[in-house]
Structure formats: structure tokens, C-alpha cells
Design a binder for this molecule. Structure first.
Ligand SMILES: CC(C)(COP(=O)(O)OP(=O)(O)OC[C@H]1O[C@@H](n2cnc3c(N)ncnc32)[C@H](O)[C@@H]1OP(=O)(O)O)[C@@H](O)C(=O)NCCC(=O)NCCS
Length: 202
């Protein structure tokens, strides 16, 4: 595609245009290959309340960009933008900028959000140019990442269940549990990703 009429570009919610689902699937899978079935299932979760897939369209309704907004349970009024991708043939033509700015407007005006979070490995400059700042890692699963890592690092701890019996002599100390089965050589999970945030407040 060579002649791109920028004034004809638009960004729409994928679930409001199911006819674009297959095109979007091909675009995203070209960057992050996955089975068509799995990708379609993921795209079909798009809805008004989030997750929401937004697609960048040319005037002739060709899908040339995609991003997905997901909720962050631990951060109210925010979302996590992921799977940001522009058609390989059209990169470096400010299409990514157009998609992100339109997505930010969607977050602000349609979803009433106040911030957008994301993580990236290698596209920091692109996001910095759009006004994103580096921040502490966040978890999109609802708990703090530090707590999550602590859980991940405890490979297996077997603590025998103690029976509580009121009739037992309470002066008797409980039996000493056997040594904990902790793998000491488990490396903490390192995150190589850069987390970034942007305020949508004007
Ligand atoms: C990242 C991506 C969406 C950027 O889209 P794009 O349309 O190529 O970006 P733009 O043309 O709007 O670039 C805007 C600015 O960011 C800069 N930029 C874009 N990608 C960059 C990169 N990887 N490194 C440094 N600068 C970059 C551009 O040079 C441009 O700078 P300028 O304003 O000074 O001219 C696109 O390259 C892509 O789809 N990449 C593959 C998927 C991917 O990595 N997604 C991000 C996952 S976190």
C-alpha cells in the first residue's frame, strides 16, 4: 500500500465491526503467531466494558493497526494497552501515533479513564514520544508484583495440617514440623519489560 489518505483513517471498536475480525486476526498473528482459533477467541472477547480491541482502518476499510485495552483490577480508572501493532508495510508513517492517540481519546471519552498503563520491551522511545513515562511495574492480575514474585519463588512448601482439638492438653507444644521443602536455587523472576504510564487528564 503506497498512497495512504490520512484524512480517511479511523479507529473503531472491533466488536462493533465483526466483519473485520478475520483481517485483524491475520494482522496480529503476523506479529505474534498463534493459532487462528486461539487468536479469534481472544479477539472475540472484545466488548464495550473491556477488554476492548481497537482497530485502525483505512478509508476502504482495511485493518492496518490494532491494540487491546484490558482492565487493571488494582488500579481504578486505568487500563493496560497491549498488542499494539501496525501493518509491517506501513510502519514509520505515524500510523502507530494515530492509533495510540485515538485509543487515548477512546479511553478518556468513552471509558472515562484517567491513566493508561503499558509494558514494552524495545519500543520505549515510541511511547516516550507519545508522552508515556517509565513507572514501577504493575500487575494486571490484581495483586502487587512483589507479592506475586514472592509467591512464585516459593516452589513448594509442605506444611502438615495440624488438627485443632480443644480436648487436647493445650500445654503440650505442637509437634515440630518436618523441614520445609524449599528450593533455594530458584532465581527470582526478572522482568525485562519497561512499564510506562500516561495521564489522560488535560
Ligand atoms: C511500535 C509500532 C506500533 C510503532 O508504529 P509506527 O507507525 O511505526 O510508529 P510512528 O511512525 O507513529 O512513530 C512515531 C515516532 O516514534 C518513533 N519510533 C517508532 N518506533 C520506534 C522504535 N522502535 N525505536 C525508536 N523510535 C521509534 C518514530 O521514529 C517516530 O518518531 P518521530 O516522531 O520523531 O518521527 C510499530 O513499529 C509496530 O507495530 N511494531 C511491532 C509490534 C510492536 O513491537 N508493538 C509494540 C508492543 S509494546
Amino acid at each position: 500500500m503506497t498512497d495512504l489518505d490520512e484524512s480517511a483513517l479511523s479507529v473503531v471498536a472491533l466488536h462493533q465491526h465483526p466483519e473485520l475480525m478475520k483481517q485483524c486476526c491475520i494482522l496480529v498473528n503476523e506479529e505474534w503467531p498463534r493459532s487462528e482459533t486461539a487468536r479469534m477467541l481472544s479477539l472475540q472477547t472484545s466488548c464495550d466494558k473491556m477488554p476492548t480491541c481497537l482497530v485502525l482502518l483505512t478509508g476502504d476499510k482495511k485493518v492496518i493497526g490494532h491494540c487491546k485495552l484490558t482492565p487493571i483490577p488494582s488500579i481504578k480508572d486505568s487500563c493496560f494497552v497491549e498488542s499494539v501493532v501496525i501493518d509491517k508495510a506501513l510502519r514509520g508513517k505515524r500510523m502507530g501515533t494515530f492509533l495510540m492517540q485515538a485509543s487515548e481519546e477512546y479511553c478518556r471519552l468513552v471509558l472515562n479513564l484517567k491513566t493508561i498503563h503499558l509494558s514494552t520491551k524495545g519500543q520505549e522511545i515510541f511511547y516516550q514520544k507519545l508522552g508515556y513515562n517509565i513507572c514501577e511495574p504493575i500487575s494486571i492480575y490484581g495483586s502487587f508484583p512483589q507479592a506475586q514474585n514472592a509467591v512464585n519463588n516459593i516452589a513448594q512448601i509442605n506444611i502438615p495440617k495440624l488438627k485443632i482439638d480443644d480436648k487436647l492438653n493445650t500445654n503440650t507444644a505442637p509437634p515440630i514440623p518436618p523441614p520445609l521443602n524449599i528450593k533455594m536455587n530458584v532465581e527470582p523472576k526478572k522482568t525485562a519489560k519497561t512499564y510506562m504510564v500516561k495521564s489522560l487528564l488535560l
